[in-house]
Design a protein around this ligand. Sequence first.
Ligand SMILES: [Zn+2]
Length: 317
Amino acid sequence: MHVHMVGNGVGGSGGWLRLKGWHRALARFMVRQLGMPASALEGDLEKIYAERLLKLVRESSLDAIVLLAHERVHDTDGTPRDDLGSMFVANDVVLDLAQRHPEFLAGVSIHPARRDALDELDRCIARGAVLMKCLPNCQNIDPSDRCYVPFWKRMADARLPLLAHTGGEHTVPIVNKKFADPKLLRAPLECGVLVIAAHCGTSSGAFDRDYFDDWVAMLRAFPKLYGDVSAMVSLNRCAHLKDCRRPEIEPRILHGSDFPVPVLGHRLWLDRSIEHERFRQIQRIDNPLERDFEFKKALGFSDEVFTRAEKLLRIAR
Ligand SMILES: [Zn+2]
């Protein structure tokens, strides 16, 4: 339930991708490890990427994935700040893909300060969105801002879950570091929204603050709070992956991959969570979605972690 759509707008989607400095090198690395040519970044990226992704899902153990749109940075008065972001994937891109392929479920992305935020929310719900994703620290959203209460209430009424990035971030530029704090998500929770804290508040690098314990403390107070283990089979974000199996935590965990973020299980072998032979077997799996799934299975995550999304997301049956 956490796979990123990416695109550059070459095919007319209205999206864009602007990579500066080391993000450019990172994007090239990601594209190559997906088995796509580096030239895909300049071609019709939405089409090339969606086709590749569809093939990967069909060849994996997964039935479907939540494909995420990516909202632009906005000021609190609703003014878009394209100078601050690195990409934009419009909601219709994922809504259209989800309409065409049962393997894709649409995770839309709406900045609640947008002047048309409520209209866009209604429109996306009517078109079949299964959740709303945002990155508060990268898109400049303070979830505790009282101005957003009507937006959260509308989401709660429609039973549309919020997937919010928590903890540090290295693949998208940071706009406001303090919005990485999961405690700010109390506001949507108090409005009745089911909230999934992406990465469970874990840090993304050595200099980030780790909010994992804050998130765990909130689980007791908020029964509608969950977390996802996306991007946790990695060199930088895996410190709490095993903690997520604790009996008081695992019932609140959902599987997510954070594709196209690379899946590297080396630290699971180094800290002896997985035997060397098993590590080598899994790390050799070409399909990154399957590799991530197999690492989590090898760690002992229960089947419910991989199927819980079906119960919690707004999936039409
Ligand atoms: Zn992500």
